[in-house]
Design a protein around this ligand. Structure first.
Ligand code: PMP
Length: 397
């Protein structure tokens, strides 16, 4: 039966982590991950999460099935975070939200749902993007095309290229957009550029699908919601996948959501009924625990404040690591200007390191990064940053 089954290529990120774990060097550094670490090199368990979890466990609640779309309190909390407290879309019943298995699950449920609309149009992802975007949309049956996004000279957004690509796509193309903290480049659009993208989505009748995996990691919860808010004002129907993996440090609990903005309450009811069918045939209903923690934190003023403070600490620590890396690279003799690292946002930096340089870092120093040159700034800390800066300065010399 399995004679012709070929060995699948390793997932680039999880494969790299396996190599890192097997490395015997005591001072090895893993910058390949997409995870926030503390200055002690640990994945944090947030105090807000601990408090919510303790209260939850003390209840010893039974674990019955929850609705296919997840609990309504969770879904409302997600909507409020994405669209704001006073969102007229929420009030008018124009947002449909389903709790999903992480941001990945939300993307897949959304992709399956769009596929069932039989629009016969491709999905477009940014070049480059988080590698799973292509896999998810291909698995859902889409032809996947790319739009230009990154300018390797400025290390910012190649906006002209992006506009040209978007304008070339056929009607009903699903366009996957990183709402903030672009993975892998860290390069985000300005508000004015977002407005232009919205105009193109309107005139070309494209389907916007905003992927929001890092809300709160660039400038703040509200500030990072700007793209979602602009789309909300646009009158367009659109999709948002969101995730609490990073912002709550709840990676393994798989807590995310898919939100769909429709034209009316009536449309919402029909969309939700179809969404439930997609969920039912995939995994029936989401798990209870992670969503219950997020709901408890988001709906308690005290825990919410604690969470916002902890999220701000994570954000500030990443920023301070960006600044330290730039100055330490210069101090280590790097000729190149690395100021772009400070301008990039979120967990990652597209460092400009070549595959050969990345390989040397791994072999010679036990520093692991993606061959594309993506490094996770959130994995740098006050103990490993000198070693990393010195090693990078050496391999680029
Ligand atoms: N989208 C992007 C852009 C991501 O970087 C990630 C996580 N690396 C996800 C979605 C998926 O998040 P989750 O772990 O919640 O499935």
């Amino acid at each position: 039966l399995f004679h012709s089954v070929q060995l699948a290529p390793k997932d680039p990120i999880f494969g790299l982590t396996e190599a890192y774990v097997a490395d015997q060097r005591a001072d090895k550094v893993n910058l390949g991950v997409g995870v926030y670490y503390t200055d002690e090199g640990k994945i944090p368990l947030l105090q807000a999460v601990i408090k919510a979890e303790e209260a939850l466990v003390a209840k010893h609640a039974p674990r019955g099935y929850i609705p296919m779309e997840g609990p309504s309190q969770y879904n409302l909390a997600v909507q409020t975070l994405l669209f704001g407290n006073d969102s007229s879309l929420i009030k008018d019943g124009r947002v449909v939200t389903a709790e999903c298995i992480g941001g990945t699950g939300a993307l897949r449920v959304g992709a399956d749902f769009i596929k069932r609309l039989n629009l016969n149009a491709p999905a477009a992802i940014s070049n480059p993007t988080w590698e799973n975007h292509r896999g998810i949309f291909e698995a859902a049956g889409f032809d996947v095309v790319e739009y230009s996004y990154f300018d390797s000279k400025t290390r910012g957004v190649d906006f002209d290229g992006m506009v040209k690509s978007l304008e070339s796509f056929p009607k009903n193309t699903t366009v996957v957009l990183h709402a903030c903290c672009h993975n892998p480049t860290g390069a985000d659009m300005t508000e004015a550029q977002w407005r232009q993208v919205i105009d193109i989505c309107k005139s070309k009748e494209l389907i916007p699908f905003l992927d929001m995996a890092y809300q709160g990691f660039a400038d703040g919860i509200e500030q990072d919601g700007v793209a979602v808010r602009l789309f909300a004002q646009s009158g367009l129907s659109f999709f948002v996948s969101s995730s609490f993996s990073k912002s709550f440090s709840l990676y393994g609990e798989r807590v995310g959501a898919l939100s769909i903005v429709t034209e009316s309450k009536d449309e919402s009811a029909r969309v939700m009924s179809q969404l439930k069918r997609v969920i039912r045939t995939n995994y029936s209903n989401p798990p209870t625990h992670g969503g219950a923690i997020a709901t408890a934190v988001l709906t308690s003023p005290e825990l919410r404040q604690l969470w916002e403070d902890e999220l701000a600490q994570m954000r500030e620590r990443i920023k301070s690591m960006r600044e330290a890396l730039v100055s330490k690279l210069a101090a280590a003799g790097a000729k190149q200007d690395f100021e772009f690292i400070n301008a990039q946002r979120g967990m990652f930096s597209y460092s400009g390191l070549t595959p050969e340089q990345v390989e040397r870092l791994q072999k010679e120093d036990g520093i692991y990064a993606l061959s594309t040159g993506r490094i996770c700034v959130a994995a740098l800390n006050t103990k490993n940053i000198d070693k990393v800066a010195t090693a990078i300065a050496r391999v680029i010399a």
